[in-house]
Design a protein around this ligand. Structure first.
Ligand SMILES: NC(=O)c1ccc[n+]([C@@H]2O[C@H](COP(=O)([O-])OP(=O)(O)OC[C@H]3O[C@@H](n4cnc5c(N)ncnc54)[C@H](O)[C@@H]3O)[C@@H](O)[C@H]2O)c1
Length: 314
């Protein structure tokens, strides 16, 4: 039983890239934050600047095990997000998404908390629809090397909606598209961090395939704002809702941009496209704009510049 009116918010995966920015934002908004992480890909370093904050607590815990604490809201972000990390132990990846969702939904049910799931554009798989609307069911390979992540996240969405229908839980599902910014893991193999690290160390920038596949990238501060708006949206809005950027460009263009921004002498090299790598992915943001009044606003060059500064300081 608590007697003060401060909202206590649980962030699982809170020591990761997105989680650490979310913890920062929630503290700035005046909430108490409990950050839960098993430090698989996240680090204490990501939240070191928050440790002295009186509203901040950190707990080493694996979400595949139940957790008993009293909170008002839960942001469920725990899950390795880059292919290198989630393919390292695929069984644990599925467990994190599925058992993690069950444990966090169970907690939300017990304490009456509102709960948000960090889902992903990967639920659309290699899409036949472009851009992807939330009504599109996706085209996912259930037995490929990315399936532990894609299918784990799809099953987590299923669990969220079953708890919603069966237990009237207040749920929110965000489908996050590629996001970048400071505190990305330098060795996560994701294209932005990869290119920046290669450019800063003078290595050739390695492009998968011929570089004509496109992506859109959202800057982290914009994405976090979308998550907070979604959590604060009326209870009858559950999502799923796409959050990401619609500004689309090829991997070749991105490589050239990063070489220019870093002033690097690196060249561009090509290697084979990994299996199941989607050729094209872009969110339809109509729903996010209509219901959350949200859209990304940080220009790509500005976001890339801040990210380059972070990696330089590392
Ligand atoms: N960054 C993106 O572009 C992106 C895109 C789509 C979805 N997402 C989702 O957002 C969430 C955060 O992604 P991120 O980019 O910050 O990745 P990240 O790897 O930096 O963060 C994930 C965090 O979860 C923690 N974690 C992993 N397994 C855990 C477990 N079993 N118990 C407790 N903690 C655990 C990790 O240690 C890490 O701190 C993930 O759920 C991811 O699927 C991210």
């Amino acid at each position: 039983m608590r007697f003060d009116s401060t909202k206590r918010v649980l962030v699982t995966g809170g020591a990761g890239f997105l989680g650490s920015h979310l913890c920062e934002r929630l503290l700035a908004d005046g909430h108490d934050v409990v950050c839960v992480d098993n430090f698989f890909t996240g680090t204490r370093h990501n939240v070191a600047h928050l440790l002295e904050h009186p509203g901040f607590e950190i707990l080493r815990h694996d979400v595949t095990f139940p957790l008993y604490i009293e909170v008002d809201e839960i942001y469920n972000l725990a899950c390795p997000a880059s292919p290198i990390h989630y393919q390292h132990d695929p069984v644990q990846t599925t467990k994190t998404s599925v058992h993690g969702a069950i444990n966090m939904l169970g907690l939300a049910k017990r304490v009456g908390a509102k709960i948000l799931q960090a889902s992903t554009s990967e639920v659309y798989g290699d899409p036949e629809q472009h851009p992807q609307t939330e009504g599109y069911w996706g085209r996912v390979n259930p037995i490929g090397i990315r399936s532990c992540y894609d299918e784990g996240k799809r099953c987590a969405e299923t669990l969220f909606f079953d708890y919603y229908r069966q237990n009237a839980l207040r749920i929110k599902v965000a489908r996050i598209f590629n996001t970048f910014g400071p505190r990305m893991h330098p060795n996560d193999g994701r294209v932005v961090s990869n290119f920046i690290m290669q450019a800063l160390t003078g290595e050739d920038l390695t492009i998968n395939g011929d570089g004509t596949q496109t992506r859109s990238f959202c800057y982290v501060d914009d994405l976090i704002d979308g998550l907070v708006r979604l959590m604060d949206s009326p209870d009858d809005f559950t999502g799923p809702v796409n959050l990401g950027s619609t500004y689309e460009f090829t991997m070749l263009e991105l490589a050239e941009k990063i070489i220019a921004l870093t002033g690097s002498s690196s060249k561009i090299g090509f290697r084979e496209l990994p299996s199941d790598d989607p050729r094209q992915r872009q969110p339809d943001l109509t729903l996010a704009r209509q219901v959350l009044g949200w859209g990304p606003s940080t220009p790509l060059d500005e976001g890339l510049q801040r990210t380059v500064e972070y990696f330089k300081a590392l």
